[in-house]
Design a protein around this ligand. Structure first.
Ligand code: S3P
Length: 426
């Protein structure tokens, strides 16, 4: 589907409640499936990715009942059953990698499959540590489908070259079913939702800097309130900063420091952004964010900041086109392994719009501020975050643009366009 985006006649005004966090929704449904009893998840995401996790858990014998549009009850004995079908993870890397950890420690065999994009993504990063724990996984060239033969696992002390929450979560979840303790050390701290939620559910888990250590544990069923996704809020933050005269409030946004790199970048760029009310929800910090149109300047984004904003880099590239001077992104080579090669894709597509941006092996360099001409058609490459980043770019182009494959936004944020349009109506 081609979506046409025209430069708006008005500024963005008012407020928007940011929908449920994708990372937390995956974890809530997967971890609740391991708890004996009834768990309640409030504000569960409507994105296709978390629904893939839900479907996989159901195929493993777990019951799910929607109480209303947003709340789902997960009813489980805490013991997963051998599935009678391959477990379809759709487009979701989080589902596949987290489930690989859990399934490695079960007493049955299972197969994890995914769509074309997921089948191209690297799984060696989880197969390697799991094999060291005694898992047996068969996969051609370490790509999905993964055939997982459940085994008795042994705990390991794993030192990862990658700062990856998916790999960390996979190893820690395998550790729940392993003999002895399991530790995972990463070069920089990636999102720590798994550590927080497992602790909230009673697991024996602790952290020391960039190391998390877990012992085999039983999880308790709990009620979890999921906050809004800062990765979804990022598109509104960028739009509010670059569409002249905008002034918006984003409500109920998750502010876990392992996810707030975008806020640090906006501050470095000189953007007007304030955090209004901060509270805790199910162990996670949450607040409202006010964003106003701003004069921006370029900045350098690298090292430990990268895992804290990994999913926001495509929209940060768009933001940087509207900032004076040079914005340099380094140490982000793993962006090439996301739903698309996000370095190549974002550089190629915003160049078509008139941006001055060049690709480097581990990131990109943007020269701003540029008046984007637009008037062309661009590609989402079946990547939800690229589709939404291009939409935001379309808001500051001189002429309308067409975004091919816009329907991929449904992977994480089906409400995106409706909520964006609401802010133009005041
Ligand atoms: C995620 C972790 C990140 C992120 C992905 C979701 C998670 O991936 O890009 O969208 O929920 O754990 P990596 O951990 O592989 O960087």
């Amino acid at each position: 589907m081609i979506k046409f985006v025209s430069p708006p006649q008005k500024a963005l005004k008012g407020f928007v409640t940011i929908p449920s966090d994708k990372s937390l929704s995956h974890r809530a449904v997967i971890f609740s499936s391991l708890a004996n009893g009834t768990s309640v998840i409030n504000n569960f995401s409507k994105g296709a990715d978390p629904l893939s996790s839900l479907a996989v858990c159901k195929a493993l014998g777990v019951r799910a009942e929607f109480k209303d549009e947003n709340s789902v009850e997960i009813i489980s004995s805490g013991i997963l059953k051998k599935p009678s079908v391959p477990l379809d993870c759709g487009n979701s890397g989080t589902t596949m990698r987290l489930m690989a950890g859990i399934l490695s420690g079960q007493n049955f065999e299972s197969v994890l499959t995914g769509d074309e994009s997921l089948s191209r993504r690297p799984m060696r990063r989880v197969i390697e540590p799991l094999s060291l724990m005694g898992a047996e996984i068969q996969a051609v060239d370490c790509h999905a489908p993964l055939e997982v033969f459940g085994r008795r696992l042994c705990g390991i002390d794993y030192v990862s070259k990658l700062a990856s929450a998916q790999v960390k979560s996979c190893v820690l979840l395998a550790g729940l079913f392993a003999n002895g303790h399991t530790s995972f050390t990463e070069p920089y701290l990636s999102r720590n939702h798994t550590e927080i939620m497992l602790k909230y559910m009673g697991a024996d888990i602790r952290t020391e800097g960039c190391t998390a250590i877990i012992k085999p544990s039983k999880l308790a069923p709990v009620e979890i309130d999921i906050c809004g996704d800062i990765s979804s809020a990022a598109f509104f933050i960028a739009a509010g900063l670059i569409v002249p005269d905008s002034d918006i409030i984003l409500k109920n946004v998750g502010l876990n420091p392992t996810r707030t790199g975008i806020i640090d970048v906006v501050k470095m760029m000189g953007g007007r952004l304030e955090i209004l009310d901060e509270t805790l929800k199910s162990g996670e910090p949450v607040g409202d964010i006010r964003v106003q149109y701003s004069d921006l300047k370029g900045c350098v984004i690298e090292k430990d900041l990268i895992p804290r904003l990994i999913d926001e880099l495509p929209v940060i590239a768009v933001l940087a086109t509207q900032a004076d001077g040079e914005t340099i992104v380094k140490n982000a080579e793993d962006l090439r392994n996301k739903e698309s090669d996000r370095i190549k894709a974002v550089v190629g597509e915003i160049t078509k719009l008139g941006a001055s941006i060049s690709e480097t092996p581990d990131g990109f360099v943007v020269h701003g501020k540029t008046s984007l001409s637009g008037g062309v058609q661009v590609e989402s490459f079946h990547d939800h975050r690229l589709a939404m980043s291009l939409y935001v770019a379309g808001l500051v182009c001189n002429k309308s643009i067409g975004i091919n494959g816009f329907e991929w936004v449904n992977i994480s944020f089906p409400e995106f366009e409706l909520l964006m349009n609401n802010l133009f109506e005041i």
